[in-house]
Design a protein around this ligand. Sequence first.
Ligand code: CTP
Ligand code: MG
Length: 229
Amino acid sequence: MTCGAVIPAAGSGQRLGGRDKALLPLAGRPALAWVLGALARSAQIDEIVVVASEANAAAIESLCQVSELRIPVRVTLGGAERALSVRAGVECLSPSVQLVLIHDAARPLLTSELVRRAIAMAHRHGAVVAAVPVVDTIKQVSVDGRVVTTPDRSTLVAAQTPQVFRLDWLRETYRRVGASLATVTDEATLLERAGFPVYIFPGDPENIKLTTPLDVTIAEFLLARRRRE
Ligand code: CTP
Ligand code: MG
C-alpha cells in the first residue's frame, strides 16, 4: 500500500515560552530534521507533507530543501488547531496514497523501527496508534480539585504518534465529524467518534513529545547519545 506521512509542525509552542518546536535545535539538528531523517530511512514511506505555520514556513521550506531526502517532501500551511493542520496536510497527499502516517514534528525521537511497526499494524487493523503504559496513577478531578474517580491503571495507556490510518477511513471520518474536529488532540479520537475500530501498538517510551523545558532537556540528552552511537 502506498503510504504518505503528514507531519504537523504549525504550532507555536506556547507551553515552551513561544519557542518553535519544529525548528528547535537538538544535538545539532532541528527537531523536524530528526523526524524527516527517520521517515526518509523508512522504506515504507513514499512521500511526506510537512504542515507549517505562516511564521515558520520559509524556514521549514529551506530545511526540507537542504535535507536531500530520498522521497518527495511538500510543505503546506496549517490551521489554528492541530487537527486542522493535519487535515490540511492530508488534503495535500497524492491521489495514489492509501495509508497516512501522522507524526508530530514535536516528537524528534521517532525511529524507523517504530515507523515499520506502525505500518505493519496498520495493514492489519486499518487504524492504529502508538501507545505506552501509563506509569502514574491517573485521577479524574473536578474544577475545585476534588477527586471524582481513579480509573484502574492497568486499563490506561498514553497515546503517542505515529498514528496510521487507511486514507479512505480518515476521509470518511472528516465528512462525519464536521466542525467538532478542532477540539480533539489526536486523529485516533476522531476515528473512534466516527465508529471505526482503532487499535494500539507498542510505542516507544523514548518517543517523548517536546511540551515543556524538561522535555527539551531529556530529548537533547537522548539525541546526543544516539548521535554518538
Ligand atoms: N500543531 C500544528 N498546528 C497547530 C497546533 C499544533 O501543526 N495549530 C503541531 C505542533 O507543531 C506539534 C504537534 O502539532 O508538532 C503537537 O502539538 P503541541 O505539542 O501542542 O505543539 P504546540 O501547539 O506548538 O505547543 P503548545 O500547545 O504548547 O502551544
Ligand atoms: Mg498545542
